[in-house]
Design a protein around this ligand. Structure first.
Ligand code: SR1
Ligand code: MG
Length: 418
């Protein structure tokens, strides 16, 4: 990493952010110049400071300020990270807001000296991962995320942008250090020994088998190459269910600091993979078989529906395509490749969340280690199958069939390990 940080940069605290935000002219519509404001730091992610600020007299007048730290918060000062990622995130949000404002928070401003931006506070929504862990269904999610994916991926691809704009956009969103995190944490470290991996000892036999499976490594390498070389569209880059704020009527996608030009399947696969991580977690989180089957049907119906919405909402990009350059056969082949990429890339994202650094609460939050291993085992089987069998997938129903045929391995019996 080689970056000159602005000499004015300083990380804010809840005390100092209040004066700063009061002085920003862009906040004039939200706050009055001298009124008392309250702030708290609410960042529980892996990377940044996040402040919630509101008017003492009216909690509804509120903003979120997100500031990049020059290191990875999850690990500390030993892992430096470029603060320019705040610019990438703010610019990606602006692109997404133009394409799909109903599912993107509004950005008020970006400050290139402080590497922070202010955005709409989604205070009537919760992180989707938390809701899914509790077994809450979101009936409008498939429609919303299918539309978000189609508009943001189609709308930033060569199907929508002219030859020059597309290349300049690729340049504007070059994001090497955050892409390197993905290359290491998703495509490399889960498949070898490293101290950063975070699986429990109970899962070791299955992890060691994956780490010795050369056939699997070949397919992971193909996915990594795709991630590193295919500048197909502006992808969010980290579209797991922790990057989605939701309620029964609305869905917003947040946190695109990993945005760059990459394969569409990386985002679609992230959503699908995270729904299947939750599916795996309910193996033990919902012991009642009828309730479990019901919630899992919601999850698999969501996977199926979101893909169909994606295809439907992507169609306008094909309707304006040159029929000689891009005949129907090419269009069908393109969509099939996106589907198979979603399976393969989503599978890699599943396996990393079980084996590597930064696991997901769906699985790592299961207290009993034996139960956690069962859920993790199922997630690994689903990931492995989707990756190895992705070329046999021709419809989204094929994908769901492969995933739902998987079962966890129970070789270890009840244990006292903790
Ligand atoms: C080291 S950062 C760990 C993870 O957090 C983000 O959400 C990304 O998924 C990244 O891989
Ligand atoms: Mg994030």
């Amino acid at each position: 990493m080689n970056e000159d940080i602005s000499p004015n940069y300083k990380p804010f605290t809840p005390e100092t952010i209040v004066d700063y935000i009061r002085q920003r002219p862009e906040m004039g519509d939200v706050f009055r110049p001298t009124e008392p404001l309250v702030a708290e730091e609410i960042g529980d992610g892996n990377l940044n400071l996040v402040f919630r600020i509101w008017a003492e007299a009216d909690k509804e007048r509120t903003v979120i300020v997100k500031q990049a730290l020059p290191y990875l918060r999850l690990v500390g000062g030993d892992w430096p990270l470029p603060v320019d990622r705040a610019r990438i995130e703010a610019e990606a949000l602006k692109v997404e807001y133009k394409l799909v404002p109903q599912h993107t928070p509004r950005v008020y401003f970006y400050d290139p000296d402080m590497y922070l931006f202010a955005m709409q506070n989604l205070n009537r929504h919760i992180i989707m991962r938390k809701g899914l862990i509790e077994g809450i269904k979101y009936p409008r999610f498939a429609e919303h995320i299918g539309l978000f994916l189609a508009r943001t991926l189609g709308g930033t691809s060569d199907l929508a942008l002219d030859f020059k704009t597309k290349k300049l956009e690729v340049k504007r969103f070059i994001n090497p250090d955050l892409c390197k995190i993905t290359e290491d944490l998703i495509f490399t470290e889960p498949y070898r020994y490293t101290e950063r991996n975070g699986f429990h000892k109970e899962l070791e036999p299955q992890v060691l088998a994956l780490q010795a499976d050369e056939k699997l490594h070949v397919e992971v390498a193909k996915m990594k190459e795709k991630f590193m070389t295919q500048a197909q569209a502006l992808v969010h880059g980290d579209l797991h269910t922790g990057s989605i704020m939701i309620n029964q009527t609305e869905t917003f996608v947040i946190d695109p600091e990993f945005a760059y030009y990459g394969p569409m399947g990386f985002d679609i696969g992230a959503v699908i993979g995270n729904l299947f991580l939750n599916y795996a977690a309910h193996e033990v989180r919902t012991p009642d078989p009828a309730k479990r089957a019901d919630f899992r049907k919601y999850l698999t119906d969501t996977v199926i529906d979101l893909w169909h919405v994606f295809v439907r909402e992507f169609q306008p990009f094909w309707d304006q395509a040159d029929p000689i350059n891009m005949p129907k056969g090419y269009q069908d082949d393109y969509m099939l490749r996106v589907l198979q990429d979603s399976a393969g890339l989503g599978a890699c994202k599943m396996m990393r969340r079980v084996i590597g650094l930064a696991g997901v609460a769906d699985i790592r939050g299961i207290q009993d280690v034996h139960e956690r291993a069962i859920a993790g085992s199922l997630a690994l089987h689903i990931g492995r199958s989707l990756l190895l069998e992705r070329e046999q997938i021709h419809t989204i129903e094929d994908l769901v069939e492969i995933a739902t045929a998987c079962k966890p391995t129970y070789p270890w019996g009840k244990t006292t390990l903790s």
